[in-house]
Design a protein around this ligand. Structure first.
Ligand code: CP
Ligand code: NVA
Length: 326
């Protein structure tokens, strides 16, 4: 069913070395060429690492990582990524920082910028990271906010590209809570690469309107569509890529019971996936709840590429770190 395809048609930058991004907060802030460049560079980082060739592009550099929410993949992949690039990463729990005792974002950003070469933050309100980036004098990377999860989506695009050999013109279907960080960044990512995205979600869980209308401009430019509907069987029709995420994101734990009821008809299972293309691939950023948003037979089945997707966090983030800190 699934099989990696030869990569052929990424847009190349005329001068790859020229890519310089000041912060990495959302996918929408990048141009389409920058998104393609980062995917291409992530693929190069992957080849270098697999072949055991040295690639210490960030020798001696240090990334500070602030976590206000739990993490397995983001923390470990950034830490290992920095080590493989010849640098170092330090983990800073907001509970232990003076930030947790009321020190201002402004002071924290300015002070930490004096010690490290880049900062990665996982937090709640997206405005907080924007504020942080405004005051930091080193590049800031969004390691997840309530609204966006851009490093994950770059890894997702790399994974889709590896399996399908292209991005443009494919159909991705997101099923579940569309008003969350993953769906928002997927909408922005799909639009940047000309991938059609259809979203199946219950009433009241639609994606943020401003994010959708902004992404519509890119979608129009690159000839793709963004569709939102309530019926998963209709939305998933002929999808090349099927994606879901937890029904209850971090910070929404007190809504768990209500959400389990509201999302009852939105499980990605074998019955639903019959409507997707025969060779669809299944993505989930993880952590997953089997038999809630996804059936075990799908996430552990032949269409699932979730482990490659998780591994690709490492390679995609190394491309991001280079673009920001090299
Ligand atoms: N997908 C993801 O961001 O995983 P973690 O929460 O474990 O970092
Ligand atoms: N939407 C999920 C993603 C976890 C990586 C959350 O925010 O909890």
């Amino acid at each position: 069913m699934k099989g990696k395809k030869k990569m052929s048609n990424l847009i190349q930058f005329e001068n790859n070395k020229e890519l310089k991004i000041s912060h990495f907060l959302t996918i929408s802030q990048l141009t389409s060429d920058e998104v393609h460049f980062l995917i291409e560079d992530a693929s190069k980082m992957k080849k270098l690492q697999k072949s055991g060739k040295p690639h210490a592009y960030l020798k001696g550099k240090v990334l500070g990582m602030i976590f206000e929410k739990a993490s397995t993949r983001t923390r470990v992949s950034f830490e290992i990524g920095m080590l493989q690039l010849g640098g170092n990463a330090i983990f800073l729990s907001s509970k232990d920082l003076q930030l947790g005792r009321g020190e201002t974002i402004e002071d924290t950003a300015k002070v930490l910028s004096r010690y490290v070469d880049g900062l990665m933050i996982r937090t709640f309100q997206h405005e907080l990271i924007e504020d942080f980036a405004q005051h930091a004098t080193v590049p800031v990377i969004n390691g997840l906010t309530d609204m966006h999860h851009p490093t994950q989506v770059l890894a997702d695009l790399l994974t889709i590209y590896e399996y399908k050999g292209k991005l443009n013109g494919l159909k991705m279907c997101f099923v579940g809570d569309a008003n969350n960080n993953m769906c928002h960044s997927l909408i922005e990512g799909a639009a940047k690469v000309g991938m059609n995205i259809s979203i199946a979600c219950p009433k009241g869980y639609e994606p943020n309107k401003a994010i959708v209308s902004n992404a519509q401009k890119d979608a129009k430019k690159f000839g793709s569509s963004i569709e939102i509907g309530e019926n998963p069987q209709i939305m998933i029709q002929d999808a090349d890529v099927v994606v879901t995420d937890v029904f209850t994101s971090m910070g929404q734990e007190n809504e768990t019971k209500k959400r389990l009821t509201d999302f009852k008809a939105y499980q990605v299972n074998e019955m639903l996936c019959k409507y997707a293309k025969d060779d669809f691939i299944f993505l989930h950023c993880l952590p997953a709840h089997r038999e809630e948003e996804v059936a075990g037979s799908i996430i552990d089945g032949e269409h699932s590429v979730v482990l490659d997707e998780a591994e690709n966090r490492l390679h995609a983030q190394k491309a991001i770190l280079r673009a920001l800190m090299q």
